[in-house]
Design a binder for this molecule. Structure first.
Ligand code: PLP
Length: 367
């Protein structure tokens, strides 16, 4: 072993597995066009208003952003009808999740609880922070076994994570289920509901506790600009939480982690309701189309309220790995789920109508 000093948990660390990039696949297979349906990005691309704002602010790249991102926080507070003092913005919601571990859990003392499989960032950041992550297996149909989750909670549990709509399955809990969980948790245990995909659901109020935040003193809701707002590359996410916690999160957050372009773009994205509405329309329509066609191809498709679908490849050749490879050669990047412990499943992000049709045609040839 080298003499470079490193914490032992860094030496043992398993990094997050990201989706493959377009450039990588284009070069590897010598393709003219690559369609990426791997990372749940916005099929419509960047909002035209965001693009204009980025261009008009290019000359400000030499400035530091204003500490505390107050204009963005104010815009988000107005958007959700909550007090600005409850909002923390971060370099993607990934940063907010990381901060939650570091702020709320004492390493080696406190634990966190989530379902398995769960979003990879919970696993990586818990490990890096030295916080035990306890996981309850989801049901075979990927619905949530609330009792098994609650059994893992004890008086040292600081954080319970629920992703809804869930990644990678697309399963979505009802607001009533979340309400029961929030009320069942002991005092001093926070419920973090990761709503990265909530606006894609058919009916937000049936699935989100956000409109009723004031009823739950232990509730944190996180959201992101990466998906429906089309800003994954700018890195911007946020969470709404109890004021006292938000105050301390801001004190320890790196001062400029949300950069000036992301801040301006975020404010513009909230204003561009036409783009956001059109995104939701295209995704809901494409989700229905893809679900129907994948089923016709013999795949088991899991119900999704999100901008992606998880499916199981039918028995026989090719298997999920083979189908994934075959699609790569034809220029389609999907998301294998081996890193989630699901070797027979693939996840596909809903694309434009054209992309969805091309994908189904390619799959028809392969299956
Ligand atoms: C995509 C995603 C996020 C968003 O991450 P960002 O860091 O904001 O890009 C958060 N949670 C889940 C479950 C996701 O799938």
């Amino acid at each position: 072993m080298s003499s470079i000093p490193m914490r032992s948990l860094v030496r043992a660390f398993k990094p997050y597995t990201a989706g493959l990039s377009i450039d990588e696949i284009r070069d590897k297979y010598g393709l003219a066009r690559v369609i990426k349906m791997a990372s749940n990005e916005n099929p419509l691309g960047t909002s035209p208003l965001v693009r204009r704002v980025l261009e008009s602010h290019a000359g400000l790249a030499f400035r530091y952003p204003q500490a505390g991102n107050p204009r963005l926080v104010k815009a988000l507070a107005a958007y959700h009808g909550v007090s600005p003092s409850r909002i923390v913005v971060g370099n993607g919601s990934d940063e907010v999740i990381d901060l939650l571990f570091r702020v709320c859990a004492e390493p080696g003392v406190n634990n966190a609880v989530a379902f398995r499989p769960c979003f990879g960032i919970y696993t990586t950041q818990a490990a890096l922070c030295g916080v035990e992550l306890r996981q309850a297996d989801v049901n075979p149909d990927f619905s949530f076994p609330w009792d098994r989750l609650l059994e893992l909670v004890d008086d040292k549990t600081s954080l319970v994570f629920v992703t809804t709509p869930d990644n990678p399955s697309g399963h979505t809990a009802s607001a009533a289920e979340l309400e029961r969980l929030a009320r069942a948790l002991p005092e001093g245990c926070l419920l973090v509901v990761d709503e990265a995909y909530m606006d894609f659901t058919d009916d937000e109020s049936a699935h989100s506790l956000l409109p009723r935040l004031d009823e739950f003193p232990n509730l944190i809701v996180s959201r992101t600009f990466s998906k429906s707002f089309g800003m994954a590359g700018l890195r911007l996410g946020y969470a709404i939480m109890p004021e006292e916690l938000a105050d301390h999160m801001w004190r320890v957050r790196l001062p400029f982690s949300v950069n000036l372009m992301a801040e301006e773009a975020g404010i513009a994205a909230l204003e561009d309701t036409a783009f956001h509405d059109e995104t939701l329309r295209v995704v809901r329509e494409g989700r229905g189309y893809l679900a129907g066609e994948l089923e016709r191809l013999g795949c088991r498709v899991y119900p999704s309220q999100s901008n992606f679908l998880m499916f199981e490849v039918p028995a026989g050749a090719p298997d999920a790995a083979g189908l994934f490879e075959g699609l790569l050669r034809r220029g389609f990047i999907l998301r294998p789920l081996t890193s989630y412990g699901l070797p027979r499943h693939l996840r596909v992000s809903v694309g434009t109508a054209e992309e969805n049709t091309l994908l189904i045609n390619a799959m028809r040839e392969l299956l």
